[in-house]
Design a binder for this molecule. Sequence first.
Ligand SMILES: *Cc1c(COP(=O)(O)O)cnc(C)c1O
Length: 345
Amino acid sequence: MGAGQLTIDLGAVAANWAALDALSGEHVETAVVIKADAYGLAARKVGPHLTKAGARTFFVANVAEGHALRPLVGDDADIFVFSGHMDGDRGALESAGLIPLLNAPEQVTRHFSLLPGHPFGVQLDTGMNRLGMEAGDWNALSGELMVAGPRLVMSHLACADEPDHPMNMQQLNTFREMTDGIAHRRSLAATGGTLLGPEYHFEMTRPGIGLYGGLPFADATPAVRLDLPIIQTRIVRPFETVGYGNSWEAKVESCIATVAAGYADGLIRAMGPQALVFAGATPCPVVGRVSMDLITVDVTHLETVPDALTILGPHQGVDALADAAGTIGYEILTSLGARYERHYV
Ligand SMILES: *Cc1c(COP(=O)(O)O)cnc(C)c1O
């Protein structure tokens, strides 16, 4: 067992999908955001599993992800593409039956001329200023778009992880002003928006991070566990140092364990001085710098040193580890490396 052991709990992902689905009304569909290879957990596992659990609508970042997803979720699933219809996307949109979320007049023109009659959705900008059609363009084009019949009209919230942020209500009002009265399905909420309450749900919610066990879904069931084998232990005497740059110096005689994962495996180098790993329930501090393939850990206080230490598990989830690195759970998940031995349960 020379490699880190990454255990991904597909049952937890399905339970999180069901729990988020239960937050919205009967008539509201809960879709699945599966971009970035299911936030690093593998679309080829998550896609079929959630399809079996009843999910029928998926969102990906671009047509390449959608093309790869199609055989995994069957021909009946809707696959929406956030980047819309880019130059060169026509073949993949057509062959894999993907639905682009058109975000600008040029995309509307491209789509209607290259793939007339092919399904599409519309992505509106309600203030985030990242992706989506501006109000002026929407006003000019909505007549034509409504006649053609979008499969979905959606927008995205910038501050939904902060429930009291005034931006939420402001974007909700803007979305309603732009779309109230249309005869087509609407979606505004990702994970954060789903938690904000029913006025944010419309006909479809589209959570991502909450499915995979991350904040802002505080009640999520954790979906990942990462155990790192100890390759070597050694006794370090006072004034000896550990790792690159001599950044940690022993104050007392210490037992240091070297474990098999580093920043090349997604254990972000910046987490070095704050991070913990666990021996069962006992925290052990990371000492010295995180290197490419290795981390050094102070295990002096353990009665027996185990074969492996746990860096993601019941005592430290993705958001706690993210805090140590000054980042967010999303980045911890999408950074999980290719060298781990993966186990899907
Ligand atoms: C990534 C993304 C989502 C999912 O967001 P989470 O915060 O992971 O739930 C939904 N909609 C859009 C437009 C996105 O880019």
